[in-house]
Design a protein. Structure first.
Length: 174
């Protein structure tokens, strides 16, 4: 399988917050934002894997700044690292008003998607990811530690097997 560039997965999605997207305070409801994040991330994962994908996990999401009714929400997603059948996708969320004023970065999250075989049943191998820029390299390197954390938290890895996390803490102790 041909390795892919990070830019091959770049995906941008723009939405306007409509009344049925809001909570009783008139702000975008967290669950609706997470839905949009999952959609943009899955499109990016599909571009990287060239497969049908399922969401395997979503890392910590915090809602730092409210997004108001009528505002424009821009979601950007990109692959950061691919393993055998899974790929990590970084999603950033920005908001501004309809005139383009009050632009701000609202939150971000890391999603993991798994590529499926043609019957959409079993995980299947996906292309490797080639980081090219310094920022892509930074996200690629740190992805293995994030993966170890999520595999430990989901009971799929023993903490003692988390070699990248261990070496990071060993470096910090020096
Ligand atoms: C995700 C899923 C396909 C994994 O299936 P599985 O039989 O456990 O497959 P495997 O053990 O071979 O794992 C496949 C990959 O998923 C990764 N994975 C599984 N669970 C994970 C988790 N919680 N976090 C991160 N990665 C995970 C594994 O690390 C592995 O990656 P790798 O091949 O790149 O090393 C399966 O659990 C599933 O279908 N879940 C439901 C998905 C879904 O419906 N999502 C929508 C939510 S409503």
């Amino acid at each position: 399988m041909r390795p892919k560039k990070v830019s091959d997965s770049h995906t941008v999605m723009t939405e306007m917050v409509m009344p049925n997207d809001t909570n009783p305070m008139g702000n975008l409801m967290g669950g609706n934002l997470m839905r949009w994040m999952d959609i943009v991330a899955s499109i990016a994962a599909g571009k990287h894997t060239e497969r049908h994908v399922v969401t395997a996990s979503v890392d910590h999401v915090s809602f730092q700044k409210p997004i108001l009714l009528g505002e424009v929400v821009t979601l950007k997603a990109t692959a950061t690292r691919a393993w055998t059948t899974s790929v990590e996708i970084y999603v950033e969320v920005f908001a501004n008003d309809i005139k383009g004023l009050n632009p701000r970065r609202c939150n971000h999250a890391y999603f993991t998607f798994v590529g499926l075989d043609d019957d959409k049943l079993k995980p299947t191998p996906i292309p490797a990811l080639l980081p090219l820029t310094d920022e892509e390299e930074r996200l690629f390197e740190s992805a293995s530690r994030r993966r170890e954390v999520r595999l430990i938290l989901s009971g799929r890895m023993k903490p003692e097997d988390a070699t990248d996390l261990k070496s990071m803490f060993a470096t910090l102790e020096k």
